[in-house]
Design a protein around this ligand. Structure first.
Ligand code: NAD
Ligand code: UGA
Length: 468
């Protein structure tokens, strides 16, 4: 069976993955029409904005890619039916958050948005389609998608592929232009292999073929959860060691360098921090834990759950250190927080450690004064309310947001660095010291500052994984 040459793609979901991924496919494949659709009209309006600074997602290099392709072969709209009808290949790139209700609450992935997409594809399709799982999904989800597709239509053939996305936010465009690998899983029969080849040909427009890994469906689905679990595990491992470093006088960055130069371990993902955030690590590990329980593997479930537990411990430990250092009371004190996004170069705040650190401080009645270069005040309030730290009215009384680091730190009792934005390294720390209450405490949750210089200024500096 010949692999079909793809000329039209639809992507359902114009979020952090759908938007950038499709923009790059359109940029690299001018012969393919790419139609990105979403139920959220505001999101689509923002993707279509004339002002490229107003794209709904901040990613270095993204506006240039959108500028190249938008209106040529890249289109954003809310017309999902048209998008499905016109496409030979349909990507499902909708959100798959942790379930907040019913069976699997707090653990399993909520697949209701994925299921809705499958039902809509089944209803709208009048010709054969290749359906691609781009969202991160529990292993064997393709089976449910196929069942829905096959139950709803007559005479139309659907092939389901798994093509998980490995981009990291903040470096999405770079990761999409030069991926370590592209993973495509599908059925190993004739039509499944042909569909795998069709998608391979799309990526082969810019990714070397030897970097396109083809597997069975279930291996592809499970590889995505496994990759995130391994990456997060490294962070929890180094963060657990950071606690021991603080007790013993060892330096966690020196340890990371020493162990990371062993080629079997490697240097990446060994940066101790206030805790990992982001929409996926925690969600995907909890999903893995849920699956292990579901398949009767409690020991495996417990093993992976510990990665999330250490991350919770790290966030709490950081907040507690601030409170303990400030003589066990922060009530009425002004604590400045630099950074709110879950990492630098993104406006995404989902599961950011900032939310939990600020929340703990607010519960102890501290005033939290924040500056982040890309996150709005309303987003911070929403995050705190959503995480259960109070009503909008309550959190607004103790949260103050500024347009620069100097205003946020003025008259502060302590400053904490939560996100590793480059500009925080370049601040005039002497000026900040001079305008703070003394002793001036500085909690470097990312170890980005030069300890010697900061200590010389006079700060009482506490860094992750470094004794006094
Ligand atoms: P997101 O919330 O930013 O975007 C999802 C979009 O889907 C939203 O705009 C939403 O309105 C839309 N949507 C939901 N249901 C819809 C429907 N029925 N029809 C049309 N549109 C619908 O989510 P995201 O961060 O892009 O993540 C999407 C998936 O990709 C998740 O499974 C996630 O785990 C995975 N993933 C995310 C990243 C990342 O860096 N964010 C990286 C790799 C994989
Ligand atoms: C992560 C993975 O890196 C991507 O491969 C994957 O596609 C994505 O999840 C996903 O599935 O959503 P992302 O969460 O965007 O990407 O960003 P990362 O760079 O992985 O950072 C995650 C968190 O870990 C951030 O809070 C970051 O600050 C923290 N981190 C990262 C550390 O604390 N230390 C490190 O050494 C590295």
């Amino acid at each position: 069976m010949e692999a079909k040459k793809i000329r039209s793609i639809c992507c359902i979901g114009a979020g952090y993955v759908g938007g950038p991924t499709m923009a790059v496919i359109a940029q690299k494949c001018p012969h393919i029409n790419v139609h990105v659709v979403d139920i959220n009209p505001q999101r689509i309006a923002d993707w279509n904005s004339d002002n490229l600074d107003e794209l709904p997602i901040y990613e270095p290099g993204l506006s240039e890619v959108v500028k190249d392709a938008r209106g040529r072969n890249l289109f954003f709209s809310t017309d999902i039916s048209k998008g499905i009808a016109e496409a030979e290949m349909i990507f499902i790139s909708v959100n798959t958050p942790t379930k907040t209700y019913g069976v699997g609450k707090g653990m399993a992935a909520d697949l209701k948005y994925v299921e809705l997409c499958a039902r809509q594809i089944a209803n709208e399709a009048t010709e054969d389609k290749i359906v691609v799982e781009k969202s991160t999904l529990p292993v064997r989800t393709a089976e449910s998608i196929k069942t829905i597709l096959e139950a709803n239509t007559t005479g139309v053939n659907f092939e389901v592929l798994s093509n998980p996305e490995f981009l990291a936010e903040g470096t999405a465009v770079q990761d999409l232009h030069n991926p370590d690998r592209v993973l495509i899983g599908g059925d190993q029969d004739e039509s499944g292999l042909a569909a795998i080849e069709s998608l391979t040909e799309v990526y082969a427009n810019w990714v070397p073929r030897e970097q396109i890994v083809q597997t069975r469906l279930w291996s592809s689905e499970l590889s995505k959860l496994t990759a995130n679990a391994f990456l997060a595990q490294r962070i929890s491992s180094i963060n657990s060691v950071s606690a021991l470093c603080e007790k013993t006088g060892a330096d966690v960055d020196e340890i990371a360098r020493a162990i990371g130069s062993d080629s079997r371990i490697g240097p990446k993902f060994l940066k101790a921090s206030v805790g990992f955030g982001g929409s996926c690590f925690q969600k995907d590990i909890l999903n893995l834990v849920y699956l292990c329980h579901h398949f009767g593997l409690p020991e495996v479930a417990d093993y992976w759950e510990q990665v999330v537990k250490i991350n919770d411990y790290q966030k709490k430990r950081f907040a507690k250190q601030i409170i303990d250092s400030l003589f066990n009371t922060v009530s009425g004190k002004k604590i400045a927080m630099l950074g709110w996004a879950f990492k630098k170069d993104t406006n995404d705040t989902r599961e950011s450690a900032a939310i939990y650190v600020a929340g703990e401080l607010i519960q102890d009645l501290a005033e939290v004064h924040v500056y982040d270069p890309k996150v709005t005040e309303q987003q911070m309030i929403n995050d705190l309310v959503y995480a259960g730290f109070g009503t909008e009215e309550e959190v607004s009384k103790l949260l103050f947001v500024y347009g620069n680091a100097y205003d946020a730190t003025n008259n502060a009792h302590a400053v904490s660095i939560i996100t590793e934005w480059d500009e925080f390294k370049e601040l005039d720390w002497k000026k900040i010291y001079n305008q703070m209450f003394k002793p001036a405490f500085l909690f470097d949750g990312r170890n980005i500052l030069d300890r010697k210089k900061i200590n010389e200024i006079g700060f009482d500096l506490r860094s992750i994984g470094k004794g006094l």
